[in-house]
Design a protein around this ligand. Structure first.
Ligand code: 2RA
Length: 329
């Protein structure tokens, strides 16, 4: 399997390479792709050095799969070119997610939708991925009416510049700014741009992507997405209202048995999910499982995951693994 990683030197691209290595992905040739300024440099993968090549060179090498994490514009321009060359593209940008002809995939939820005809596949937004992994088994059992989610998102979701801003502020030194305000000792209720309806683009991604991935527009979703000064991953406070009532022990049992989920819920011993524990893990961690006592058939959860791994790189690699397993590529 010839695999290209487009954006190989970026934050997510670097994690994609790490995940491919850790999961011993069955690749026969690796094609790292980055901007012209990086062409010629080398990356090390499984102890071997691979030269970074240009987009055109990579397309000419006709990879079987191209994992993209290089921004929406790059993906809009070049994903179709890889497709033309016979490559299956799995794109981490938002460029294709709401395109009705493109599948938006979280393997634990809707990998079954994939077919050999899908040559551009969209990886959902990180904050959406970790939420729908948990919503899916509960929706199947109790049918979800409404979801209210507040997120607490790591600066790694913004990128290297944001991590540098946080670290510089912590050291009391000036430097490049990724945010309009200080992020250390602060929180910003503002991720991406504000829309006409007063929501941010990040919040509307969670709303729209959830309905598409779950294939159910009847699920009402509202979101408030917040940036906080942490590194290890995104946390989410999720309130779910169901059509049908539930038993709390059964909810816990369902989650414990569901793929990709680890339940960490023992408050008597102060056990609950935290970004520090989720960092560099591939699972979605769920805790603080409790009935919402203010409303019938409603549940509160706390969901944490590493946004660079399950929220981006690992989910993309898992899609690629599924394609190979089902001989769809
Ligand atoms: C963020 N989910 O956290 C967005 C994009 N990675 O900034």
């Amino acid at each position: 399997m010839k695999v290209a990683v487009v954006g190989a030197t970026g934050l997510v691209g670097t994690v994609m390479l790490k995940v491919l290595e850790e999961r011993n992905f069955p690749l026969t040739e690796l094609i790292p792709v980055a901007s012209e300024k990086s062409v010629g440099k080398e990356i090390t993968f499984k102890g071997k050095k691979f030269p970074i090549v240009s987009m055109d060179t990579a397309i000419g090498m006709r990879p079987d799969i191209a994992l993209f994490s290089a921004g929406g514009n790059t993906s809009l321009e070049h994903a179709p070119r890889f497709k033309e060359a016979g490559t299956t593209v799995i794109d981490n940008s938002s460029a294709w997610r709401m395109d009705p002809t493109v599948k938006l995939i979280v393997p634990e939820v809707n990998a079954h939708e994939l077919s050999i005809d899908n040559k551009i596949i969209a990886n959902p937004n990180c904050s959406t991925i970790q939420m729908v992994v948990v919503l899916k088994p509960l929706h199947d059992k109790y049918k979800i009416k409404r979801v209210v989610v507040s997120t607490y998102q790591s600066v790694t979701g913004t990128g290297v510049k944001a991590v540098e801003q946080l670290m510089n502020e912590r050291k009391g030194i000036d430097g490049p700014k990724a945010y309009p305000y200080e992020i250390d000792l602060n929180v910003l209720p503002h991720i991406d741009v504000f829309m006409e309806n007063g929501y941010t683009k990040e919040e509307m991604k969670m709303v729209k992507e959830t309905n598409k991935i779950m294939s159910d527009d009847s699920i009402k979703v509202t979101a408030t997405t917040v940036r906080i000064p942490v590194m290890g991953g995104h946390s989410e406070s999720v309130n779910i209202e169901f059509e049908n009532d539930f038993d709390l022990a059964e909810v816990r049992s369902i989650l414990e048995k569901s793929p990709g989920i680890i339940v960490v819920d023992d408050v008597a011993n102060l056990k609950y999910p935290m970004p520090k524990d989720a960092h560099e893990k591939d699972e979605v961690f769920v805790g603080r499982i409790r009935r919402d006592e203010s409303a019938p058939k409603a549940l509160n959860l706390w969901i944490v995951a590493d946004n660079l791994r399950k929220g981006a790189a690992t989910n993309a690699v898992q899609i690629a693994e599924y394609l190979i397993q089902k001989e769809l590529v």
